[in-house]
Ligand binder design. Structure first.
Ligand code: AVI
Length: 337
């Protein structure tokens, strides 16, 4: 997360000249070059989600093998009423940290909606198109909910939430879909601590965790015979070609999904099928035949880890809701007074 801005008391003459703010394109290039300089080389998975990447992910969520969305939906269909019980009857803002599936959010909003309910829906996303679609879907499915879209990264949205002192509505933050699994554990702890700092006593968060399960199920989710996950992975290279003027040859990479039992996590890679050079901004990157670029981790959790995440960030666990097979958990946490 971006560190908070500090004010400085140094006299103007001794203050360093303000560094010009980097554009998002410059950030993108800097992040990509830093990742490719690592061993093994890697690319930040947050750049998957341009317009085409978001659409591909949406299609992935409907694949028979991609169980995550289906089982989390099953959980919320069964338990949305219990999830919202601590908040019902109070003015409430539902902050949605971009799970990408309006259906799950609608289940929560419907459970909270009712005559006289003062309900605000605040989706967070960097893409205006994604925000517009989320707001349209909610307006059609749950009339009477006021939409307050936030076009920002998670970090910026949390900073704004923390600064938002005037609004007395209770907050329910949805962090669904095991999006947390795309972060290294330390990074995930940082996001959860940031979330805790942004909230007030009585606010709640609902966090989706995908659990460890048989390997053939995991492989089926991250390497589908339809080739959508491959297309999702390759779209990252296509995006760099389009936006950064890179010259990745999309035909010279193959999608590989592996299991890391240590973390534990599924990992997505793009494997170079021949020795090649890629030009990216000021740099030439060389890849050997068979060399892999890591594009994503999708951490899987054991139930014991969930309590530790809550405690580390300073949340009190309220309940855990699991699907019938015990594949996925939505954990409800509260900001203790
Ligand atoms: C968004 N995120 C939780 C997905 C996942 O399962 O890690 C992204 C994804 N990657 C490949 N398929 C789906």
């Amino acid at each position: 997360m971006r560190p908070p801005q500090r004010s400085t008391s140094a006299p103007a003459s001794r203050r360093a000249a303000p560094r010009p703010r980097r554009s998002s394109q410059e950030d993108f290039l800097a992040d990509v070059l830093a990742g490719l300089a690592r061993r093994p080389p890697s690319l930040p998975s947050r750049y998957f989600y341009d317009g085409r990447g978001s659409r591909l992910f949406q299609w992935i969520t409907n694949l028979p093998g991609y169980y995550l969305t289906r089982v989390e939906r099953e959980i919320l269909e069964a338990h949305a009423d219990e999830v919202v019980a601590p908040l019902r009857g109070r003015p409430c803002t539902v902050v949605d940290l971009g799970a990408g599936d309006g259906h799950k959010t609608v289940l929560i909003l419907r459970a909270l909606a009712g005559p006289g309910a003062a309900l605000v829906y605040a989706p967070v996303d960097v893409s205006p198109a994604a925000l517009a679609e989320a707001c349209r879907g909610v307006a059609a499915a749950v009339p009477g909910v006021a939409a307050r879209p936030v076009r920002a990264t998670w970090a910026t949205a949390l900073e704004r939430l923390a600064a938002d002192g005037g609004d007395e509505a209770a907050r329910l933050v949805l962090f669904l879909g095991s999006s947390i699994g795309n972060l290294e554990h330390e990074e995930a702890r940082g996001v959860l601590r940031g979330l805790r700092r942004a909230l007030r006593p009585g606010d709640h968060v609902l966090v989706g965790f995908d659990l460890v399960k048989p390997l053939e199920v995991l492989r089926g989710a991250y390497d589908d015979p339809q080739g959508l996950t491959r297309a999702f992975n390759l779209n990252l290279l296509a995006r760099m070609n389009r936006e950064l003027g890179a010259d990745f040859d999309l035909g010279a990479y193959r999608h590989v999904a592996t299991w890391d039992p240590e973390r534990p996590a599924m990992e997505s890679w793009l494997e170079s099928t021949r020795a090649q050079s890629v030009h990216l901004g000021p740099r030439t990157v060389r890849l050997a035949e068979g060399e892999r670029i890591q594009t994503e981790i999708s951490c899987k959790y054991t139930p014991a880890q969930l309590g530790a995440f809550a405690a580390d960030a300073g949340f009190a666990e309220v309940a855990r809701y699991a699907d019938a097979r015990g594949w996925f958990v939505d954990a409800l946490w509260r900001v203790a007074p």
